[in-house]
Design a protein around this ligand. Sequence first.
Ligand code: GLU
Length: 278
Amino acid sequence: MKLRKVTAAASVALALAVTATACGSDNKHDSGSSGGNKIKVGIKFDQPGLGLKEPSGSFSGFDVDVATYVAKQLGYKPDQIEFVETKSADRENALARGDVKFIAATYSITDERKQKVDFAGPYLLAHQDLLVKSNSDISKATDLNGKKLCSVTGSTSAQNIHDTIAPKANLREYSGYSECIAGLQSGAVDAVTTDDSILAGFAAQDKYKNQFKLAGLKLSNENYGIGVKKGDATTVKKINYALAKMVSDGSWQKAVDKNFGPANYKNEPAPKTGVIVK
Ligand code: GLU
């Protein structure tokens, strides 16, 4: 894998030093989507281990924990956070409209998206993979030719399939991964493709135990960033500070163990702020 430094000034140490003074917990009156003493944060609602709305109405997952930590650094307690569902295809528009202050939703940093939104991070490196039934003989990308494959509209996963990974697959694009998983269980599709982090979370759910397997293919590098409105450099800077602190004080590892441990997902080490793995 090739490492590319986006900006030298974005390294963890410098992010901590430069922005330390700008990041106290007294800035509750952030404008826009934070709306006074509440902050609106975009997450996924249907991705176990990452962003999940529980039947009780509470939220769980790694993205939820990252978002909660970041919001705290911006001056908001957990009860001041309003989580809003931002599906893959809605994320750029939700930020442009000001529906949410930031998005932590398995949101890969890409050059295309950077035309429309700004990113802090990355805070996790995942890889595109395939999920199939336990008895499936699909084990590599070329096995997908002519097969029914499910992914989500507006995702890098769907784009990569069209562009390079399996242009000859019969790709169906749904609006969320939970719908793809239901399709895999019912036999409507032969495989689901997206980040291994997401697929591992579904595969580990009690209701799917022993039914599915991951192919274990690292088909892409997905550098998860926190999306903010284009031009909001102040928030990017504050969030980069928060993410670096989350790693250095051990909270990042704690969130990894809590959320990925049950799914037995072997994540990559914490990325460095500003360093994208191409
Ligand atoms: N990380 C990929 C993306 O940002 C796939 C997961 C998702 O759709 O959120 O598109």
